[in-house]
Design a protein around this ligand. Structure first.
Ligand SMILES: [Zn+2]
Ligand SMILES: [Zn+2]
Length: 388
C-alpha cells in the first residue's frame, strides 16, 4: 500500500493541526506558541525534543535500529505581517499577521511525517526534524546553523520543500544547482541642504541626486554584468519632500539586488554602494549606506537532487514529477543549511481553483497536498537511511 494511503486515517487530524497553526500566526523569532505546539505534539508521539535551537526553533529526533546514517528534514513555521483577506472560518485570529506563504502547511506536513514515522517505526538510523523560525525575515536557518544545528544533530544530508500555488496540485518539482536567488539590500539616506524651491542655487537637492542614482543603478545589470549572467537591481523605495515649494534636506532609497551566482552577487554588492557614493558626491550630497545582507544563493546538490527525484518517481510516478526549467528570483534561507550539508530543496505543486500567489492576502495553503508531502518525506527518509 502506498504510504499516503496508509496515512489516510490521520488526514482530518492533520488538517485540523494545519488550520490551528493558520489561526495563530506569529512573526519570525516570535513563534513562541507555534514552537510550544510543535514541541508538545512531537513529545506526545515519542520524539525526543530540543527547543530553543536558533531562538524559537525546535528539533525532533528519533532513532531506530542500528543504522548509523542520519537525515535532516526542515520545515519553516513563521508568518507574515499581512492582513488576511480569505474570509475562511479558520482565518488568522491575530490582526495584521497571516500565514500567507504556507509555512503552516509545511509544518503540518512535517508533523504528519513525525506521527507516521513514530507509529510505524520501520526505519533504520536517525531522523532529525528541523522546525525552523524566521524564514521570512531574520534567516532562522542561519540562526539554527550558528546554534550548532549540525554539530548537535549530525546528519548526512538535509532536505526541505515549499508549496507552489502556480504548479499543478501534487506535482513534485526538482532542480539541480541554483534554485533560489541571492538577495541583498541597501538602505540609503541622501543628505543635502534644503531650502526654498525658487532658490535652488543655495541648496543641494537630494531629489535630483536620488533620481540620477536610480538611473545610474540601471546600468549595473546592462553594463557591468556578463550578458550571459542574470541579475536584478530594484529601487523599491524613493521617499523625499513634502511641499511643492521646498527642496528637502534628505531623501531615502532602498535597493534590492538579486543574483544567481556568488560572483554576480559579489559584483553587485561592490558596485551598488560605489555608484551611489560617487553619484551623490558629484551633486555635493552625502550618502549614508547601510547594507542588509540577504540570503545566499540556494544551490541543490546534484546527487541528492537525483536521489530526491527518484523517490518521487517511485512513489507518485513520472506524470507527477517535473524538472524545473528555471530558478526562482525569490530567495530562501534553506540555502544556509545547504552550504553546510549536501541536500536538496524541492517544490510541491498546490494549485487549485482557489489558488492565490504566495504572500497574497487571499492565499491559503492547499490541504489536499498535506499527506502527499508527508508521505513523500516518510518514503525519502526511509530510503535515505537504507541507502548507506
Ligand atoms: Zn514567503
Ligand atoms: Zn515561504
Amino acid at each position: 500500500m502506498r504510504t499516503e494511503d496508509q496515512m489516510l486515517a490521520m488526514k482530518d487530524e492533520m488538517i485540523a493541526i494545519r488550520r490551528h497553526l493558520h489561526e495563530h500566526p506569529e512573526l519570525g523569532l516570535e513563534e513562541y506558541k507555534t514552537s510550544a505546539f510543535v514541541a508538545s505534539r512531537l513529545a506526545e508521539w515519542g520524539w525526543s525534543v530540543t527547543t530553543g535551537v536558533g531562538q524559537t526553533g525546535v528539533v525532533g529526533t528519533l532513532s531506530k535500529g542500528t543504522g548509523r546514517r542520519a537525515i535532516g528534514i526542515r520545515a519553516d513555521f513563521d508568518a507574515l505581517p499581512i492582513d488576511e483577506e480569505t474570509n475562511l472560518p479558520y482565518s488568522s485570529k491575530s490582526p495584521g499577521l497571516m500565514h500567507a506563504c504556507g509555512h503552516d502547511g509545511h509544518t503540518a506536513i512535517l508533523l504528519a511525517t513525525a506521527k507516521h514515522l513514530a507509529e510505524t517505526g520501520d526505519f533504520d538510523g536517525t531522523i532529525h526534524l528541523f522546525f525552523q523560525p524566521a524564514e521570512e525575515n531574520y534567516g532562522g536557518a542561519k540562526l539554527m546553523v550558528e546554534d550548532g544545528l549540525f554539530e548537535r544533530f549530525p546528519c548526512d544530508a538535509v532536505f526541505g520543500m515549499h508549496n507552489m500555488p502556480d504548479l499543478e496540485e501534487g506535482v513534485f518539482g526538482f532542480k539541480e544547482g541554483t534554485l533560489f536567488a541571492n538577495a541583498d539590500g541597501f538602505n540609503v539616506t541622501l543628505t543635502g541642504v534644503g531650502g526654498h524651491a525658487s532658490t535652488p542655487e543655495v541648496t543641494r537637492d537630494p531629489i535630483v541626486a536620488g533620481a540620477s542614482i536610480v538611473l545610474a543603478l540601471q546600468t549595473l545589470v546592462s553594463r557591468n554584468l556578463d550578458p550571459m549572467e542574470a541579475g536584478v537591481v530594484t529601487v523599491g523605495v524613493f521617499q523625499a519632500g513634502r511641499a511643492s515649494n521646498a527642496i528637502p534636506q534628505t531623501a531615502t532609497l532602498t535597493v534590492d539586488a538579486r543574483a544567481f551566482t556568488k560572483e554576480v552577487a559579489t559584483l553587485l554588492k561592490k558596485r551598488i554602494p560605489e555608484v551611489i557614493r560617487l553619484q551623490a558626491e558629484s551633486f555635493g550630497i552625502e550618502a549614508t549606506i547601510s547594507e542588509m545582507t540577504g540570503y545566499p544563493v540556494l544551490v541543490n546538490d546534484a546527487a541528492m537532487t537525483k536521489f530526491a527525484k527518484k523517490i518521487a518517481l517511485d512513489t507518485v510516478g513520472a506524470e507527477r514529477v517535473i524538472d524545473l526549467q528555471r530558478s526562482y528570483t525569490g530567495s530562501e534561507d534553506f540555502s544556509y543549511m545547504l552550504e553546510k550539508k549536501p541536500g536538496s530543496y524541492l517544490v510541491l505543486g498546490a494549485k487549485n481553483a482557489r489558488s492565490q500567489p504566495l504572500h497574497h492576502p487571499g492565499y491559503d495553503f492547499n490541504d489536499s497536498i498535506l499527506l502527499t508531502g508527508a508521505a513523500y518525506w516518510v518514503d525519502l527518509a526511509r530510503a535515505f537511511l537504507k541507502a548507506g
